[in-house]
Design a binder for this molecule. Structure first.
Ligand code: SF4
Length: 171
């Protein structure tokens, strides 16, 4: 089965992070912005200060990584549509992006866990969880909602917590 692509593709997205996520003025961002409010630097789906983000006080934008969730939400769940053309999409896109981001974060954690000295049973469980996260079909809004409220996120969290506990250096 093809692996989930964790590399962001902003050109295939609709600037979801720049509209959906909130941020506070400070070291990482130049002003306050509420979730669901398009950033004032956004022009269409592109950042108007992209070349000078850090210098303009938006290092938080440089560091942010959606892990490939944004383009999947736009292309798979909403067939390439944008909240720019239909404001009623903002709310369902927000819900789908939150769930997809969680799914991609869990997937990234399990990929990273391959670098650890796993026992045979742990590796089998890692593979089982990866397969459950990567259903190999187009994601849908109901599917993402079911994922978010279902047992899988808790199973990944418990697996990672157990690994950490076993591998923690003993004093
Ligand atoms: S400053 Fe640019 S990258 Fe950061 S949220 Fe605004 S438009 Fe997006």
């Amino acid at each position: 089965m093809q692996e989930i692509d964790l590399t962001p593709d902003c050109k295939a997205c609709a600037a979801l992070c720049c509209v959906l996520l909130p941020f506070d003025a400070g070291e990482a961002f130049g002003f306050d912005k509420a979730g669901g409010e398009p950033c004032r630097h956004l022009a269409g789906h592109a950042c108007g200060i992209h070349a000078g983000l850090a210098a303009a006080g938006f290092g938080g934008c440089v560091r942010y990584d959606c892990l490939g969730a944004g383009q999947r939400v736009v292309q798979e769940v909403f067939a390439g549509k944008s909240w720019r053309d239909d404001a009623s999409l903002l709310e369902p896109m927000d819900a789908a992006f939150r769930a997809m981001r969680r799914l991609h974060e869990d997937y990234a954690l399990l990929i990273s866990a391959a670098r650890l000295p796993l026992l045979e049973g742990e590796e089998a469980e890692r593979q089982r969880l990866l397969d459950l996260l990567n259903i190999g079909q187009k994601a849908t809004a109901p599917g993402l909602a079911a994922f978010e409220t279902g047992p899988l996120p808790r199973a990944v969290k418990a697996f990672i917590a157990d690994l950490k506990a076993r591998l923690r250096p003993r004093r």
